[in-house]
Design a protein around this ligand. Structure first.
Ligand code: GLN
Length: 537
């Protein structure tokens, strides 16, 4: 069958969960046996979100091919197990850069380069790029932003044209919000009607409406929305707030979202989705009662989305281990020698978060020293691993003033230093060590035991590295370099074998942990935390 294109737009307000609806539809279509991919178009001018701070846009996700991507790609992978790539996340900046490069090359020689048709054509080319590989039955394209934003206009025009060209092979899903006014005790559909009108005014008629709501919308009201918005009554679907986003695929299936998509696009018929393993996960999530307390030591504690992949990975692992995870955010900037005991002692394990720059660093050292001395399961990720190395250098190896040259370029002991190839680089965008690299694990190490093998591949996002000159001293001292890149010998994993579970990874295992395939290292860490908690009792 021809590739079908599903466009997902949003209206009324942002943060309605277009990414979750797109991921849920992808999950359902995959579970019916279709080949599916999801991509996101972001209307901002940054080339990628790699240079955005988490306050702007939450976590920066990294794909296996080394693209710094919107955090929605993390949802896509967690829901679907699909490996996304650079082609799955395109920004206005990338579109303009490509058009301007073509203009300089002379590709448009003699022509005035304009938003229409040149920018819109470039958007269309990118929308169809994955579909044209012939590898997919469905390409789901989420358009970032909200209908009516100036920034989104070229994207909407491009997908309007695509619908005109593709006919039945293209379909629009519009996600809106139905607020509940507590004072009036009423649900209000007017914002939805306005938002659909805005969409219609740019020539797009949605085929399916998904209404995000806190309360069940009565059938009569759904019918009214269908009538006023010119949509088939069965194609108005409600998305009620649920205890977990992973129930959303089931809620969408109950209302036949997947059937409607298949029918409207004329896709080849397939059996009902096989959600056995998905349901098993949800069952465990619902019934487990025992709690494992994990402290997440970082500087973005007020931001839910800053450590999204890490908190999801912890939740997945705990669920498979029949526990609920209670993540306690511990502000690294506020942690002191005086209160570290009170804050960490109630935990069963701690994660030292990734990050950049000096802010909050000293608190990470305080947490690490306490956890190491009290033998609490501790997991350092990227900057967290670098902090483990620095703390060990200062407090165990006696290397006074040890640091990363990121924090102190003049440190007497640069145990973490800039990679050689990084020294020539001056641009900050997209120039870190990014994407998946192989890592060889030392046989017999705890980390090798965790993965159950000695050759792994995980994703990276950093500029600085463990300094090879100090390797021998660490090995002698008791912190072992148990994972390294097989080609360059760069140190990727450190651990202290005499501790219960004290491991730091230069890579980010959270980018490769999904609902159906939790990352083994998170499983091993949470298991150690559970055992520690049992021993404490
Ligand atoms: N700032 C550190 C580096 O660039 C760690 C980065 C991270 O934690 N992602 O090497």
């Amino acid at each position: 069958m021809d590739t079908k294109y599903i466009f997902v737009t949003g209206g009324v307000v942002s943060s309605l969960g277009k990414g979750i609806i797109s991921s849920s539809l992808a999950r359902l279509l995959l579970s019916r046996g279709y080949r599916v991919t999801i991509q996101k178009f972001d209307p901002y001018i940054n080339i990628d979100p790699g240079t955005l701070n988490p306050y702007e846009h939450g976590e920066c996700y990294v794909t296996a091919d080394g693209h710094e991507a919107d955090l929605d790609l993390g949802h896509y992978e967690r829901f679907t197990n699909i490996r996304t790539s650079r082609a799955n996340n395109v920004t206005t900046g990338r579109i303009y850069q490509s058009v301007i490069d073509k203009e300089r090359r002379g590709d448009y020689l003699g022509k005035t380069v304009q938003i229409i048709p040149h920018i819109t054509d470039e958007i269309k080319r990118n929308v169809k790029m994955l579909g044209n590989t012939g590898s997919y039955d469905f390409v789901i394209t989420e358009i970032g932003g909200t209908v009516g934003d100036i920034e989104s206009t070229p994207f909407l025009e491009a997908v309007r044209q695509l619908k005109w060209e593709l006919g039945r092979d293209a379909l629009f899903i519009h996600l809106t919000y139905v607020p509940y006014l507590h004072a009036a005790k009423e649900l209000k559909t007017k914002p939805t009607q306005h938002s659909v009108k805005l969409l219609q005014s740019v020539g797009i008629q949605p085929d399916i409406l998904v209404l995000r709501t806190e309360k069940e919308i009565p059938a009569g009201m759904l019918r009214k929305v269908a009538q006023f918005c010119n949509v088939a009554p069965e194609a108005v679907i409600q998305s009620i707030d649920l205890p977990t986003i992973y129930q959303v695929p089931l809620m969408m299936h109950e209302q036949h979202l997947d059937d409607i998509v298949i029918r409207l696009t004329g896709a080849d018929a397939t059996p009902e989705p096989d959600l056995t393993r998905w349901n098993e996960f949800l069952h465990k999530l619902a019934v487990s009662e025992k709690v494992v307390n994990i402290g997440l030591v970082g500087k973005y504690v007020e931001l839910q989305d800053a450590y999204k992949s890490i908190t999801e990975s912890l939740m997945q692992a705990a669920t498979y281990l029949d526990h609920k995870v209670n993540i306690v955010y511990i502000h690294s900037e506020k942690l002191t020698e005086e209160d570290v005991e009170a804050k960490l002692a109630p935990m069963d394990g701690i994660v030292i978060a990734p990050g950049f720059g000096q802010r909050g660093i000293e608190g990470k050292f305080i947490a690490l020293k306490w956890a190491r001395e009290h033998d609490m399961p501790t997991f350092g990720i990227c900057l967290g691993m670098q902090c483990m190395v620095i703390e060990y250098a200062r407090n165990v190896l006696g290397l006074t003033g040890a640091n990363s040259t990121e924090m102190d370029p003049l440190t007497p002991h640069n145990v973490i230093d800039l990679m050689e190839e990084q020294k020539q680089i001056s641009n900050l965008g997209g120039t870190m060590r990014l994407g998946a690299y192989k890592c060889a694990l030392r046989p017999g190490s705890r980390v090798a035991e965790a993965y159950g093998k000695t050759e792994i591949e995980e994703r990276h996002r950093h500029r600085f590295e463990f300094n090879e000159d100090y390797r021998e001293q660490f090995e002698q001292g008791g912190m072992k370099c148990v994972g390294e890149n097989p080609g360059t010998r760069l140190v990727e994993v450190v651990e202290i074998p005499e501790k219960r579970w004290f491991i730091g990874t230069q890579y980010h295992p959270e980018y490769q942990s999904t609902v159906l395939e939790p990352n083994p290292i998170f499983m091993s860490f949470v298991k150690a935390a559970i055992e520690y908690s049992d021993d404490k009792k």
